[in-house]
Design a binder for this molecule. Structure first.
Ligand code: SIN
Length: 235
């Protein structure tokens, strides 16, 4: 065989064998990766903060009553803690990417970031880590919910329910996951506290005017929502 072709083939084989994908999770990917991975690395990304500014109509809300889930907002000097997952092998990578592209379909942006760890705050532990972001570009991101007063967000989260379950469960699971990682995110703790307060008040979602229309169950979801739920249950 022509040595050039032989070398080319070797290079292609080597590239595919050593191909590695790292995905950074800062929301539901923390408690449910939903795919097989080889390694999980706890760390943080720089110049972003975690915000509940993304609407959810496919997991934790419906088009009629959207929930709120996290996205990242660029902010110099801030850091966002989370976990990066390593997936190796060309076929696995393709499988995981198609799973995530469906699961995170309401996020309009895929970015590549550096990951730092507690031991390496100057030199990144990982480069080119994939992260899904719902940008604040309303022309591109139709699920952008934007900021709102704490009490307004708390009420929305307390009441919304989607195919993956109640919106408040997403927030509480996030709070728990961050606690388990030993990461304090004061904004998340404050929002979780406001939701608990709202739920314990007489206006809570168990009162008669349940605006989500599901009263905490997902019975009224359509078949396609049910199918999505089966793929992404718990997201
Ligand atoms: C993530 O977890 O990284 C993205 C946001 C989400 O799916 O909750």
């Amino acid at each position: 065989m022509n040595p050039i072709i032989c070398l080319f083939r070797l290079a292609i084989t080597f590239t595919f064998r050593t191909m590695v994908l790292w995905v950074f999770g800062y929301g539901s990917l923390l408690w449910k990766a939903g795919f097989e991975y080889d390694e999980r690395m706890i760390g943080y990304i720089k110049d972003y903060r975690r915000v509940f500014h993304q609407a959810s109509t496919d997991h934790r809300g419906t088009p009629e009553y959207p929930g709120r889930v996290v996205t990242l907002e660029a902010k110099e000097g801030e850091v966002t803690w989370g976990a990066a997952y390593r997936v190796s092998g060309h076929d696995n990578e393709k499988l995981v990417l198609s799973y995530l592209d469906l699961r995170e379909q309401e996020y309009d942006q895929k970015s590549y970031v550096n990951l730092y760890t507690a031991d390496s705050s100057e030199t990144p532990a990982l480069c080119n880590v994939l992260v899904y972001i719902g940008s604040s570009e309303i022309s591109r991101n139709k699920f952008w919910a934007g900021p709102a007063p704490l009490e307004v967000m708390a009420e929305q989260i307390a009441r919304a329910v989607g195919p993956s379950g109640p919106n408040y469960e997403y927030l509480f699971l996030l709070e728990k996951s961050l606690r388990e990682l030993d990461c304090v995110d004061e904004d998340i703790s404050e929002l979780a506290e406001a939701v608990r307060k709202y739920m314990n008040s007489s206006n809570g979602p168990n009162s008669s005017d349940d605006v989500s229309g599901t009263n905490g169950t997902t019975e009224t979801q359509s078949i396609s929502r049910k199918q999505q739920h089966d793929v992404c249950n718990g997201v």
